[in-house]
Design a protein around this ligand. Sequence first.
Ligand SMILES: N=CN[C@@H](CCC(=O)O)C(=O)O
Ligand SMILES: [Zn+2]
Length: 392
Amino acid sequence: MTTELITGIRELTSQADDGPRLRDAALVIEDGRIAWIGPAADAPAADRRTDVGGRAALPGWVDTHTHLVFAGDRAAEFEARMAGRRYEAGGINTTVRATRAATEEQLIGNAARLRREAEAQGTTFLETKTGYGLDLESETRSARAAAAVADVVTYLGAHLVPQGVDRRDYLDLVTGPMLAAVAPYVQYIDAFCEAGAFDVEETREVLLAGRAAGLGLRVHGNQLGFSGGVRLAVELGAASVDHCNHLEAADIDALASSSTVATLLPACDLSTREPFPPARRLLDAGANIALATNCNPGTSYTTSMPYCVATAVLQMGLTIEEAVFAATRGAARAVGREHGPDAVGSLRVGGLADLQVLDAPSVAHFAYRPGVPLTAAVWRRGVRRGLGHRGV
Ligand SMILES: N=CN[C@@H](CCC(=O)O)C(=O)O
Ligand SMILES: [Zn+2]
């Protein structure tokens, strides 16, 4: 197999156990994996050589919370929100109508466009959800579209009870025929546990049905108030509870003593003008946190992990190192991919060659130069992705 040496790395953030950062480093890629990693001065020969000229390198971003399978736009709702109207779950119905009217090819095309946009900013692993179909046919079509674009898929039939449908009938559909129809395409089940969506007992019913079908659990919890979603997620051993804007001390204690990851969504917090989650208190209490874009047309229409990392540092009190970790290896924990041969979010010998190079000497520049497009090059499974225009 052809080998490629990537050298001239002024700062390599590997997120590996034996030291997260290396100076004046190099790595060798072979057959989609890291074959060697260490000081550039000790680098072995390789078939190809790429000198990144003193730039920084780090694992590709792991974005574990997106809603890319949708159609339409809600800029008008966003504009009204920026003029003072509070976000409400009901806005989801606008996207449901547009998504039901779209073909599977259109849904795949839009999601693939957003995945390419994310990749151009350093994302090499991405989760996405159903949740804008909300009837048997549309959710099944959404699950197929999600599986065609994402690395891991989450079933979010319990996003909202669609207009004109009886709650009990809809819960029976979500936990019965709809779950059976999407099961071949998804790995997790999720529910929006919030006022205007589903209460704690309805969420519990949905998650237990998903667990019985062999799916992992995720929860949209405590986004708009003290919804009980965080405590339920910890009680059921969910992989992740996401949003976490409104936490009581007992929620933080529950997360700190569990393996459930608190996935924070800074771009969504800014777009909905919700208070930021108490990220510093979560970290200081020992909770695992992740950062994700929550890319969706209603509350967070961005694919930019750099924007989320910069916001987590500048407005949520995380250090650069904490924020970059939460967007790489920390996020991998939220999808069970921190360890093992297919681990993501870290660079280690034998691991996947998913990495990004910055047009900057250090990862500090993500927050030091916020809003500036710094991604210079991306490799995914050892294959260079088309970003050569940034001069590397
Ligand atoms: N909160 C619920 N669901 C999505 C977006 C919903 C919407 O489209 O408004 C979210 O994570 O923000
Ligand atoms: Zn979401």
